[in-house]
Write a protein of this length. Structure first.
Ligand code: APR
Length: 280
């Protein structure tokens, strides 16, 4: 879900039982450019050998587009609201105007920032390799950069669905204005953002696509996620516990950093273009 760490769906793993491989032999301090370039060479080699690549992305890849994470988004005007006040079916039923105003505000930020060099590098990678992106992000920036195969675990802020009937629609990013609630053209009920809120299930299709892609992957890139929000983090646990090479891109250490095959301690907008450049 977009909103908070989840213990639902029985997908969470106990890391102590997840079959960790031992720490890779050479731990590189990527704080200096020589080390970064060496890590990049090794990661680039692993990626070069791969036919099918899976990307698991989180909020960090959009940070340089100026898109705040869910928690950061509760700043300024919105600071007095808790996540449950802004991202639950109950909150929507109680005050749809407030919820829509918040989502319209977030849409404006996303449209203003647009995709960054990290999103564009992945779209470029998709032209070279068979690429499946699995994202926790709801901002649609992978698709805006040109990525086509994107499984969205937490929904999409640009998609609206009727709270009563089956009607749904995708709002073009260029139309990111207005803050009034929208009514369904078919039944007149309130439309809502097609985002996974507190207490809601993740879309089964995205989970199935993620499992299938990971089972077939030759290389996995984990970028911009803290690997702490389940069930999405369980996909990373699965990748790290398997034999497929895993590349992590994140300036900060995460619970899996010590267990991945290649770690690029840099921003997504630096490391992803650098990595893709190693292929051409
Ligand atoms: N490049 C790469 N990684 C970055 C960058 C960057 N420029 N900036 C920050 N990061 C990393 C941070 O170090 C952190 O590990 O991105 C990670 C973001 O972690 P979270 O905010 O926990 O995001 P995520 O793992 O996606 O899970 C958040 O809450 O915001 C919602 O929808 C989101 O459900 C998801 C959950």
């Amino acid at each position: 879900m977009e909103a908070a760490p989840s213990q639902e769906h029985g997908r969470q793993h106990d890391r102590r039982q997840a079959g960790w491989r031992p720490l890779h032999d050479q731990v590189l301090d990527v704080s200096d450019d020589d080390d970064y370039n060496l890590a990049l060479d090794q990661a680039g080699e692993a990626l070069s050998c791969a036919g099918r690549v899976v990307v698991l992305s989180g909020a960090g890849i959009s940070a340089e587009s100026g898109v705040p994470t869910f928690r950061e988004a509760q700043t300024g005007l919105w600071a007095r609201f808790s996540p449950a006040d802004l991202a639950s079916p109950e909150a929507f039923a109680k005050d749809p105007e407030r919820i829509w105003a918040w989502y319209h505000w977030r849409r404006t930020l996303i449209a203003r920032g647009g995709p960054n060099a990290g999103h564009h590098a992945l779209a470029q990678l998709a032209e070279i390799k068979s690429l499946q992106t699995i994202t926790q992000n709801v901002d649609g920036l992978h698709q805006a950069a040109g990525s086509r195969r994107v499984a969205e675990l937490h929904g999409n802020i640009w998609r609206e669905r009727c709270s009563e009937c089956d009607h749904a629609r995708l709002v073009p990013m260029a139309e990111a204005q207005g803050d009034a609630p929208v009514r369904c053209r078919d039944c007149g009920a309130m439309m809502r953002p097609a985002i996974v809120w507190f207490g809601e299930m993740l879309p089964q299709t995205a989970l199935v696509a993620a499992d299938a892609a990971l089972a077939e992957a030759d290389c996995v890139i984990v970028v911009g996620t803290s690997n702490q929000v389940y069930p999405a983090a369980a996909l990373v646990d699965t990748a790290v516990a398997g034999a497929t090479p895993v590349i992590e891109i994140n300036p900060q250490e995460t619970p899996v950093s010590q267990h991945v095959d290649h770690r690029l301690a840099a921003s997504a907008s630096r490391a992803l273009p650098d990595l893709v450049a190693r292929l051409s």
